[in-house]
Write a protein of this length. Sequence first.
Length: 449
Amino acid sequence: MPPNKLEVDTLVVGGGISGMQTALDLADQGYQVALVERKSSIGGKMIDLSKVFPTLDCCSCITTPKMSATAHHDKIKLMTYSEIQSINRNPGGFTAQVVKKPRYVREADCTGCRSCELACPLDISEDEHEFGRTAHRVIYVPFSTAVPQKAVLDIDHCLFCGKCLQACPADAIDFTQQAENIEIDARSIVLATGFETTPLDAKKEYGAGKFRNVISGMMMERLLAPTGPYGRVMRPSDGKMPGSIAYIQCAGSRDETLGVTYCSRVCCMYAIKQAMLLSGALPLAEITIYYMDIRAFGKGYEQFYQNAKAMGIEFIKGKVARIQEDGDQNPIVRVELVDELGQTRVMERQHDLIVLSVGLLPGYNPQALYNVPVAEDGFVNIPNFNVVPTGTSQEGIFVTGTAAGPMDIVDSIMMAGSAAAMAAAYLQSSNGHTSPTPENQPARSMQYA
Ligand SMILES: Cc1cc2nc3c(=O)[nH]c(=O)nc-3n(C[C@H](O)[C@H](O)[C@H](O)COP(=O)(O)OP(=O)(O)OC[C@H]3O[C@@H](n4cnc5c(N)ncnc54)[C@H](O)[C@@H]3O)c2cc1C
Ligand code: SF4
Ligand code: SF4
């Protein structure tokens, strides 16, 4: 087969936790999988998180082994920094045209030693992981646990000074590298394209992204993460350690003015988790959560919520109507409090730092390319949800994780197992497929070790 042509059983689109798990579950059964991820590393949003509710496990510690197992599985062909351009049905399934974007670094040669990064004289703002709060060199390995550990060069900012070229011991840098076209024949497809969060500037009542000390839940994840930008929690305007931190729930969910009427399901829990982590990191800080309802629906989640209350985190039932700033850039919230009899009262309170518990939005619309319709909420439509919860309206195309709707990591992983099972059953029943035999079963990945 030509090097730019691939034949697989399943094409998985998206390398977050759900896509990786689907790929591993299929590959462990002996199916050939291609996993296409548009970013330079797999891991999705999970690799950016600090710790996970409700166990408070270190996120990096539990995601990195999955990333590694995915990359090293002999039945998975991993393609990062790649975009699918077109999908066409053929008699055996689908043909995808994929473009692998140039890294200007030969992946096969790069050892991830970072000598190029150290030699490069120019810093550019790091937007993908750190929201512009740190910088990286023009040529860089995306982050310390990136998979693959390969450098990528941002050609638009490059000075072409050649310092990286001289420093690279593997002779891996190639300024002339072109995009590569690859054709993939796949018998089935699993969409695992994930989510984005409500933009910080979505609500003008909350400062429309202009107040420096009003940040998003994802930004707080980075401040709390051991791999975060500063190694400690500080407020952006002046680097001060915040003495009073407030969370505003449903800042982008259950909000008709934004056209987002659904509950994002993870924001209550991630706010409680972050509040607990903050009480550890800043023991003297006062932490308040303004909420409409706390939705702690999963196994162990209600206990997690009760533990947070017992730790002294203040929960105030009320709707934050607006945020303003005083002369020192301290945010002031105006809250409509609701008592048990449904009576309302207005309160104003100043905090050092505010975290908006932003909601989950669909990350990708597969309608144009895959002819897979989305539902009213913008997430992939699952026409027969109660019976086939991973089936789209296109035969042979399945969906998993937050591409299907807001959900946490546990549910994303469970749905991945279900999508893999449905794809495997489809492969067994569709024409011409040779089911995996004991001889062609691979050694199992380390994912269950
Ligand atoms: C602030 C915050 C904190 C959270 N904390 C927790 C927690 O503590 N515990 C918990 O259980 N859950 C938590 N969550 C939820 C958790 O992040 C998600 O459940 C999980 O990341 C979903 O994984 P996924 O694979 O569905 O999506 P993603 O992680 O979004 O992965 C999707 C992947 O697909 C790629 N992609 C998208 N479109 C394309 C395309 N067209 N082609 C190729 N690739 C594509 C993306 O680049 C990405 O890598 C939190 C969420 C937020 C916002
Ligand atoms: S050539 Fe470009 S990437 Fe290489 S060191 Fe110079 S500025 Fe950095
Ligand atoms: S491009 Fe060269 S110097 Fe840079 S990480 Fe790769 S091997 Fe090291």
